[in-house]
Design a protein around this ligand. Structure first.
Ligand code: FES
Ligand code: FE2
Length: 429
């Protein structure tokens, strides 16, 4: 349970708030490379600020405030130029640093550009990596964009899924350190949705939470496993400060504002041996719907959709004054303590946990990963198709509802899946 004041402190993301300043010390994924290849300007809202991200005609990215400095026109309707973005109203043009570099009429009247040189809009750094665009909105010098090992594994097909979630980011991240919910929300509730009553999943009997350099690891023993099982020996990673790492995919809970979160999933599928060597040239991104327009209910068929039902169900900013934390919530308490400590560190002028500044330590950073061997070594297609977990992934994207047909087809082509194979997998499911 938290006081009202502490709950507010924990959940605020805007500029000048303790939480917002802490979050501004990290890089956040917020859009995809393929989105800007299709449309070079995209309005975005991040950490309570309205911005535009663009790819200019030279191929460079920029991220600036959304309103023109002249008379506040919307730069989302602007034009990209060789260097920077131009407002569609009177043609003022800004480079990636936010500096105004052209004022077409004023430049005629005053060729020295005295006024222009004084005009600047807010601009932030943006980097492309693994098909995602990442923003850094804090003080300079910016830390390094983390180079997680999975992002550059060979012979894999990655896809990116976004979902717009109408609640605060912290309740989404608390879900990243919550082992028992797998048993109920994903296993047992899925069974009930299929009409099965009883025959529930093995119960959790032991939990442990540990802090490490890049976040927290949680470990568990279920009735059907012991301490030799990778659920205990490796565990899963609550990635700092707003990520979740599950071996074959990342999830980030990116704060849009206090009451909205962008859910970003980056999922990797290893190709079978027969498809090697495979080099992916385009990482597709898509937006997953979370509500069924027919019924008005949240979609509950896929893993992250189920999680989202928990997050939004807790309220836009959940009321932590009325919660009753139990034995399974040790990890939740740990990450809250760390978030408060990080806010204090930032106020004291220090880097918070998880910031990386040493380039030598930012090379293919490994994270605890029970699937590493398998993802690296791969397997023949016939074995893959029959595999109890991975086989299903070949024809069914398990994490989010709404995978577009063209992405499903890309996966089938890369994996070399034929209609007959699909039948075999369908029997397995
Ligand atoms: S409002 Fe943008 S150029 Fe005038
Ligand atoms: Fe979950």
């Amino acid at each position: 349970m938290l006081s009202k004041e502490k709950n507010q402190l924990l959940t605020q993301v805007g500029p000048g708030t303790a939480g917002g300043e802490m979050l501004r010390r990290h890089w956040h994924p917020f859009a995809a490379v393929d989105e800007l290849d299709q449309e070079p300007i995209k309005p975005v809202r991040l950490l309570g600020e309205d911005l535009v991200v663009y790819k200019d005609l030279s191929g460079n990215y920029g991220l600036t405030e959304r309103q023109c400095a002249h008379r506040n026109a919307d730069l989302a309707y602007g034009m990209v130029e060789a260097h920077g973005i131009r407002c569609n109203y009177h043609g003022w043009c800004y480079d990636a640093s936010g500096q105004c570099i052209e004022q077409p009429f004023e430049d005629v009247i005053e060729p020295t550009g005295r006024m222009r040189k004084r005009v600047r809009i807010t601009a932030y750094q943006v980097q492309a990596k693994a098909g995602l665009l990442w923003a850094y909105m804090g003080p300079l010098p910016a830390p390094l964009l983390p180079d997680w090992e999975l992002l550059s594994f060979d012979n894999g097909f990655a896809q990116i899924v976004f979902a717009d979630v109408p609640c605060n980011w912290v309740q989404a991240q608390e879900n990243s350190i919550d082992p028992v919910h797998f048993e109920w929300m994903h296993s047992n509730w899925s069974k009930r949705q299929r009409g099965e009553v009883g025959n529930y999943a093995p119960r959790h009997v032991k939990l442990e939470f540990e802090e490490f350099e890049h976040g927290f690891v949680y470990k568990r023993v279920r009735e059907d496993t012991d301490e030799a099982h990778n659920l205990w020996t490796v565990g899963r990673v609550c990635l700092w400060p707003n990520g979740f790492f599950l071996g074959d995919h990342f999830e980030w809970r990116v704060p849009v504002d206090d009451e909205n979160t962008l859910s970003v999933t980056w999922a990797f599928l290893r190709v079978p041996h027969e498809a090697e060597p495979f080099k992916q040239t385009v990482i597709p991104s898509w937006r997953g719907p979370i509500k069924d327009p027919q019924t008005g209910k949240w979609i509950s068929s896929h893993v992250i959709n189920q999680d989202i039902i928990a997050w939004v169900g807790q309220g836009k900013i959940t009321d932590r004054t009325r919660e009753k934390l139990g034995a399974s919530d040790q990890g939740v308490a740990m990450i809250r303590r760390r978030l408060f400590a990080d806010m204090e560190d930032v106020q004291a002028g220090k880097d918070p946990k998880g910031v990386i500044r040493d380039p030598a330590r930012n090379v293919r950073i490994p994270l605890p990963n029970a699937s590493r061997e398998l993802l690296q070594s791969g397997m023949p297609r016939a074995t893959y198709i029959k595999h109890p977990v991975w086989g299903k992934h070949l024809t069914h994207f398990p994490f989010h509802y709404g995978q577009p047909e063209h992405v499903r087809q890309m996966v089938a082509d890369v994996m070399g899946i034929k209609q007959d194979d699909v039948h075999v997998v369908a029997v397995n499911v």
